[in-house]
Design a protein around this ligand. Structure first.
Ligand SMILES: [Zn+2]
Ligand SMILES: [Zn+2]
Length: 79
């Protein structure tokens, strides 16, 4: 296995234990409806949407029910 010397540099900096905000089973707040949910649809730009918001807004975000467009960056994500 190749070593990662960069990891050593990074570990010097203080950072929160949980770097990821979207681990499965973890509670998170939907930025749209502020409901506490265990799962959010998320885009790499940081946009998130819970399942119920996604269902509500599906008509405006998807055209084929297999992908949805992030309203923030326009990126296509698989649904
Ligand atoms: Zn929501
Ligand atoms: Zn996005």
């Amino acid at each position: 296995m190749p070593r990662k010397p960069i990891e050593n540099l990074k570990s010097r900096r203080k950072r929160p234990k949980k770097a990821k905000s979207s681990e499965p089973g973890q509670r998170q707040v939907c930025p749209c409806c502020h409901a506490e949910v265990t799962f959010c649809w998320s885009c790499r730009c940081g946009f998130r949407l819970c399942q119920s918001c996604m269902t509500e807004n599906l008509w405006g975000m998807t055209c084929n029910n297999t992908t949805w467009d992030c309203p923030d960056c326009g990126e296509q994500r698989s649904y």
